[in-house]
Design a protein around this ligand. Structure first.
Ligand SMILES: CC(C)(COP(=O)(O)OP(=O)(O)OC[C@H]1O[C@@H](n2cnc3c(N)ncnc32)[C@H](O)[C@@H]1OP(=O)(O)O)[C@@H](O)C(=O)NCCC(=O)NCCS
Length: 181
């Protein structure tokens, strides 16, 4: 179960979550290209546009970019995740979770209430979303595979496990500025 602080859980120490900079595009594109089966083709100019709008978070381990999350803050209350990816050799170290947690904190600051995404059926990422508290709200046809629609309500503090843990996290990590645990 996510957010348990089991000592057996491998964690990535010295992890820094930050907004991506234009200079990070090559690293983001390299990771994305190696995961084309899951992510499809990610266009460099689109990544660049998202970076300019501060809609890309990256995870750095020491100086290496080890993961990224591309999102869009709509004008209404919704935030949409376009892509999330962690380098294969860094998976299952809670990095994806940390990226989502930072997105939730940022979205709450901007008074958003839900985060939504679509994930092709059959990808193991579906277990990730379920594990961190997203709810499956529907399915729709995709180009190649059916798409699962995942959603999390980020305003329901008392009932929402992920936010409860974000508050706890905030006490020990200042988002975007300090190194992690
Ligand atoms: C999805 C992805 C970003 C998850 O990143 P990650 O850093 O490995 O995930 P985390 O370590 O934060 O996982 C948190 C929890 O989610 C669940 N989880 C994550 N990956 C899982 C998997 N493959 N199978 C089952 N559960 C999984 C687990 O509960 C895990 O906690 P645990 O390791 O303590 O059991 C990563 O697998 C990835 O980059 N996949 C390829 C790209 C992709 O498919 N992107 C999504 C497109 S829709």
């Amino acid at each position: 179960m996510l957010f348990t602080t089991s000592h057996s859980t491998k964690k990535c120490h010295n992890l820094l979550i930050d907004y991506a900079l234009v200079g990070d595009i090559k690293d983001i594109k390299d990771i994305a290209d190696r995961n084309r089966d899951s992510l499809g083709f990610i266009v460099r100019s689109a990544v660049s546009g998202s970076i300019e709008k501060k809609e890309v978070l990256i995870a750095r381990y020491r100086k290496e970019v080890v993961g990224f999350l591309i999102f869009h803050q709509r004008r209404d209350s919704q935030v949409t995740i376009y892509d999330i990816c962690v380098k294969l050799e860094f998976r299952r170290r809670q990095i994806g979770k940390r990226l989502i947690e930072e997105l939730i904190l940022e979205s709450r600051r901007n008074h958003k209430s839900i985060i939504k995404l679509k994930c092709p059926d059959g990808l193991s990422a579906n277990f990730f979303y379920e594990g961190i508290g997203f709810k499956l709200t529907g399915k729709e046809p995709g180009k190649k595979r059916r798409l699962n629609i995942w959603q999390i309500d980020i305003q329901k503090n008392e009932e929402n496990k992920i936010m409860y843990n974000c508050f706890k996290l905030k006490e020990i990590i200042v988002p975007f500025t300090r190194e992690g645990l």
